[in-house]
Design a binder for this molecule. Structure first.
Ligand code: FAD
Length: 390
């Protein structure tokens, strides 16, 4: 396959530092070399390519913004965003795995953990020696995680944890779970639950049509004895997991641009090569309209990412600003990928092209980390001061 050419119609590259461009080009090479050649097959067989985990660690994909003293990359938020963009150009499932590890496992341990917890977990999560997952969603509590039922009680030298989590990325393969549960006072706290504890199981969810190269499962706790030192000491209430989601959603806003860019690039090439009625289909106005609108949408999303990244680097990006970006960019990517699917004709549904895989993947991305409509209501609340989701 020809090398991917990233659209950059507004020369947004001029806004990036040399270091940021270097991070992106090394991740782009990694995706070309390690992910693109194998990912279609993994997705078709619904297999998580676990052998990529140490390689992703080696290239610095895990915890890029965590300080180097804990094994992280010490990079800025735009570099992190560019990494997510490249990985999701490869596959949203792998980007999900990396987002969870960086934003939903390493970030909370770094932000809410004790010094001992940071030293114990972060360096090994950074190399990929350990893989983590994040358990917030429950069978009966998705958009409203504050209603969670998973709970723990104090019991001599440990906590006794009971409940279950559903739709948890990485759960079947994770070594450690960041689990959100209520204490005896009904306050949400975070616990680090290691694989192997008695009463803790992680059944896999099979028969997904989306994110097939990502392992998704449950977390089931039946009187699990969690050592007291595994409570994340700085967690306090539902805002603690929600702050983690801000980190992950930020990465998603960048990531989906990668999926859209991949499909646009493929559609542009295909339209120039594919002949019908004696000319390339790119010569027809309706195909040009699709390509022109795809490029316009991608350009807008790229500018949103860059600006949000600069705000985040300055410590100013708000939850509502991140909601706007996540919501807009995922919808943008779905629209671009659907148009690309049409331009590819029948080939658009074939595994010879990445289009249908991206399209099916994005159907999860539009739902997880806050659904499309919930982000709209977060914005509505920001504008009016009235929370319509309650
Ligand atoms: P529901 O909350 O039941 O929503 C169903 C529909 O109702 C949606 O359209 C929603 O927008 C709408 N709705 C709900 N409430 C309102 C309201 N107040 N106003 C208007 N509309 C409303 N969770 C984790 O904790 N960790 C993970 O690693 C993780 N990984 C995932 C991986 C995949 C592949 C998927 C699909 C999900 C994952 N999730 C994970 C769960 C995900 O975050 C939830 O699916 C999401 O929050 C939505 O919850 P729900 O599916 O229960 O839908």
């Amino acid at each position: 396959a020809p090398a991917f050419e990233a659209p950059d119609f507004y020369e947004i590259d001029d806004l990036l530092s040399d270091d940021q461009k270097l991070v992106r080009s090394s991740m782009r090479d990694f995706v070309n070399r390690e992910i693109s050649p194998i990912i279609e097959d993994c997705a078709q067989r619904a297999e998580f390519p676990a052998f990529l985990v140490p390689k992703l660690g080696e290239i610095g994909a895990f915890g890029p913004t965590i300080p180097a003293e804990y094994g992280g990359g010490g990079l800025d938020s735009i570099s992190y965003g560019l990494m997510m963009q490249e990985i999701e150009r490869g596959d949203s499932g792998l980007r999900s795995c990396v987002s969870v590890q960086s934003s939903l496992v390493m970030w909370p341990i770094y932000t809410y953990g004790s010094e001992d917890q940071k030293r114990k977990y972060l360096p090994r999560l950074a190399t990929g020696e350990l893989l983590g997952c994040f358990g917030l969603t429950e069978p009966d509590h998705g958009s409203n995680p504050a209603g969670m039922q998973t709970s723990f009680v104090e019991h001599s030298d440990h906590y006794l944890l009971n409940g279950s989590k559903l739709w948890i990325t990485n759960s079947p393969v994770a070594d450690v779970a960041v689990v959100w549960a209520k204490n005896e006072q009904g306050r949400v706290r975070g616990l680090l639950v290691d694989r192997g504890l008695e009463g803790f199981s992680t059944p896999e969810i099979h028969s997904k049509w989306s994110l097939r190269a990502s392992a998704t499962g449950e977390l089931v706790f039946q009187d699990v004895k969690v050592p007291k030192e595994n409570l994340l000491p700085e967690t306090d209430g539902i805002k603690s997991p929600l702050r983690c989601l801000d980190q992950a959603r930020y990465g998603i806003a960048w990531g989906v641009v990668g999926a859209a860019m991949d499909c646009y690039d493929s559609a542009r090439r295909y339209a120039l090569e594919r002949q019908q009625f004696g000319k390339p289909i790119a010569a027809f106005q309706l195909v040009q309209k699709k390509l022109a609108e795809m490029l316009t949408e991608i350009t807008r999303a790229q500018l949103i990412c860059w600006r949000l990244g600069t705000l985040k680097n300055a410590g100013k990006a708000t939850t509502a600003q991140i909601s706007l970006a996540k919501r807009n960019n995922v919808e943008m990517a779905l629209n671009v990928v659907r148009e690309a699917r049409q331009i590819h004709g029948a080939m658009g549904i074939s595994g010879e092209y990445p289009i249908m895989r991206h399209l099916m993947n994005l159907e999860s991305v539009v739902t997880y980390e806050g659904t499309h409509d919930i982000h709209l209501l977060i914005l509505g609340n920001e504008i009016t001061g009235i929370p319509a989701f309650k």
